[in-house]
Write a protein that binds this ligand. Sequence first.
Ligand code: MSP
Length: 530
Amino acid sequence: MTADRPFFLTTPIYYVNDLPHLGHAYTMVACDVLARFQRLDGTRVKFLTGTDEHGQKVEKSAQAAGLSPQAFADKISAAFRDSARLLNISHDDFIRTTEPRHVRAVQAMWQELERRGEIYLGRFVGWYSVRDEAFYDERELVGGLAPTGAEVEWVEEENYFFRLSAWQDRLLEFYETNPEAIAPRSRRNEVISFVKGGLNDLSISRTSFAWGIPVPGNPRHVIYVWLDALINYLTSVGYPETKTREFSDFWPASLHMVGKDILRFHTVYWHAFLMAAGIAPPRRVFAHGWWTVEGQKMSKSLGNFIPPHELVATYGLDPLRYFLMRELPFGSDGDFSHRAMIGRLNGDLANDFGNLAQRVLAMIERNCASVLPEPGAFTAADEELLAEARSLLGRVRPSLLDEAFHVALETIWRLVAEANRYVDSEAPWVLRRTDPARMRTVLYVLAETLRHLGILMQPFVPDAAAALLDQLAVPPGARRFADLAEALPPGRPVPPPHGIFPRFVEAVPGAPPAATPGAKPADPGAAART
Ligand code: MSP
């Protein structure tokens, strides 16, 4: 992934048949971390998310809810917008596929494909899964179900087809010459072997229901919801206007982040549609893994759909964001458990990081009259910690450019551990009596290390990082990566410290409620050690 040009980053657009859950939060947070990272790194970013509102699945859900499809879509789309706000997602555009700008883009793309002879009218006879919104071949079914386990129905209807079969060689050539275009590598291999297996022409319209964008010139047909949905990425950059600054700056997209279940749509169909319309395919598509919950697949029938707002209310937003990015190697599947969440919160956040910040800030308050201390000459140990801090960005950047969020956080937390070791071995609470000038140097080195940590943590835990930087009196205008080079100026007054990551105390029946985020210091014992 390259960041030397404007960076256009997208989440999938979410079906409005269901309310937001943990899986949706995952993609949004991952993209948000990247968007914030790139902006702090000085790159121009466009970050898109939104909702996918057409198709049979949404039509059926609306019917079941007793609402018109539009009223239903309005309601659930608003819930996704609220969820993005709650998760502190910094998107620049939120698209809805029922907006006029999108209908226009989809119809324009259809006409372009038709003009280029890529579309023909035929008859579809085969299986369709409403849940997957996908067509399946008889050979693909497993025990009468789609390979995803979804139910299928037999469909025989007049459909328009896209000449997908003609694109096999050009797709393979594209994958070959653009090895970074599909990640992780194992997923790239899956896509290549699927395409090598041969491609059938793809049905791209339906006539048996009405909730969709009408085919230009034949409104008895609505456009297949995946063709409609994928085009959202182009709509956002102004398609069909392609001679604009917006289009040339942001297309081809830098990164489409998707779940592994929708990789084929984003790397086979999408690339073929784009090439067929004479438009360059995206630079990169990354497929992440799926979460189970306490060892089980999330499903309505099991009642284990976790709405993000419940997790935020219980653990706080930044602990949740941290957990999602730290717990799994990005790309792999994994399990969400409350035990693991509490372990990360109390271990990595409250203990390792929160205590470090609390100890340093409390000592500056008490022993340096709430003013950033003036350092004396640095020892080898000071220089070593400062060098680690100064090289942190250079070590974190490659991991993030490779979507290895967990590795980036591991790297940041290695510096947290170094800083904790340094506090313990320098013991500034002893120096307070024996050598106050040395204590001031040690506290300065620690404050400067915390500044680096705070600036680097902003993409992951924006509110907590801002709280830390406020407490170090780092002005809001001096928090970009370029500002890392300017060391903290001694002599600046700092505000009274307060805990950044409170420990999570499990509620036991009959006991008072658990800690609320931001309510109490990270380590009540810290005062005793200052
Ligand atoms: N509407 C399509 C995407 C169209 S993009 C042009 C869609 N929507 S979805 O709402 O069903 O899924 C949105 C995203 O959520 C997908 O990337 C999917 O992989 C992800 N997840 C849904 N459940 C998930 C988990 N349990 N775990 C992780 N991600 C999951 O597909």
